[in-house]
Write a protein of this length. Structure first.
Length: 153
């Protein structure tokens, strides 16, 4: 739309189902490229992406042409299908339901990029669950711990 100017920076965080460590270094870079293609296809701008074996962080400059939920549905659905079609794993890959989406001002962009790039060092000190709950508390988001992380049945 003409004369529409935005500055929207969103960090997405979501986990592998049951927080299984299924994101292997053997296909991690290809996964990043695949997700980057989805983001670019929707005219958003990838700022940073990094995953631990059990979760992923994606930081984008988002255009107001698509809802967050539609973008997340595309990224999570398409990437899990892509992983399974390529048979990277001997088990079925699934993302856990839900996600975190956290917005930042321009003054925080470089700090968030560095935070995402340094996930390995960060998680030497803090678990994913601690990190995620920390985000929810920092952003003042009400939550019910019973529904945060789906446990195996």
């Amino acid at each position: 739309m003409a004369n529409t100017y935005t500055q929207i920076h969103i960090q997405f965080v979501f986990a592998v189902k049951y927080r299984d460590g299924l994101i292997h270094s053997s296909f991690k870079d290809e996964l990043y490229q695949y997700i980057a293609g989805i983001i670019k296809h929707h005219n958003h701008r990838l700022l940073a992406i990094n995953a631990m074996p059990d979760h992923i962080h994606i930081f984008i400059g988002m255009r107001p042409t698509q809802s967050i939920s539609d973008l997340m549905q595309d990224i999570k659905g398409s990437s899990s299908k892509w992983i399974n079609e390529r048979k990277f794993l001997k088990v079925k890959f699934e993302w856990q339901g839900g996600y975190g989406a956290f917005s930042y001002s321009k003054s925080h962009v470089n700090r968030i990029i560095n935070y995402i790039k340094n996930q390995e060092q960060h998680h030497a000190r803090e678990t994913f669950q601690e990190e995620y709950i920390g985000f929810l508390k920092l952003f003042g988001i009400d939550y019910d711990e019973r529904y945060l992380f789906k446990e195996p049945i």
